[in-house]
Write a protein that binds this ligand. Sequence first.
Ligand code: R5P
Length: 286
Amino acid sequence: MTTIVPASTSQALAASLADEGVGSLTVPSYDRFADGETLAAVPEFDDDEAIIVASTATNDAHIELLQLQDAVREAGAEDVTTVIPYLGYARQDKAFTHGQPISVRAMAKAISTGTDRVFMVEPHEPAVAEFFTVPTESIDAASLLAEPLSDLQNPLFVAPDEGAIELATTTRDAYGSGDVDYFEKDRDYETGEVELTPSDAPVEGRDVVVVDDIIATGGTMSGAIEVLNSRDAGRVYAVCVHPVLAAAALTKLAAAGVERVIGTDSLERAVSDVSVAPAIAARLDE
Ligand code: R5P
């Protein structure tokens, strides 16, 4: 048998994986000392195999993952799989100016020391797998994003930048009908401001689904929604794999006039209406 070890960030998803028959859950403890240090620990277990499920959207979550990896080895696990539904720092995948780190490489190296293999869900760039020093694979989640969508009027699936065209196309294919288009995006890395250049696709009266891998500050998505609403689109849906939803992101989307925000449980948020558990379970079973 296999023991599933949830990080504090991924408890509901870990439970869904147990429901999918991936293994049995253990109940870790997540503590914090007065100086701010965290301590994640696992109870004793008899299984040789452990699957740690840990989204790493925060620095603490990264530390917690490293602690759980070490803890399961201490508890006797001989085979450790690490499932990272959302890999933080994945957008820091190059040194943008002299002197910057490739942060995700540093994270990947550290994570690799405590595991035999890694599975990530829809990382920002699949090439990030090359930074890990153990076998690492990506799990596709885009085809799940259409699940909550129905009765769209003459739908248009829009990628807010070129990098998301494949996601938008896969979501359209899963929905079963509609066109695909994309915006050009420029981001000012000093201010974080996003400038979107819309395409010429007609949107008036059409339901539009904007599809991106991540909604973080909501700047990209709310910019796209504003443009679409200024062009008299019908209902505009904001759909993503990873609903980071930092700070006032949800309010930005609401203020821009979004019909509904949909994300997956790679990050456990109020909008996480799609579960990636079946996709992860299927891959772990291969
Ligand atoms: C960028 O390439 C990503 O695909 C997302 O568009 C971006 O990370 C979203 O960030 P934010 O919500 O802060 O605009």
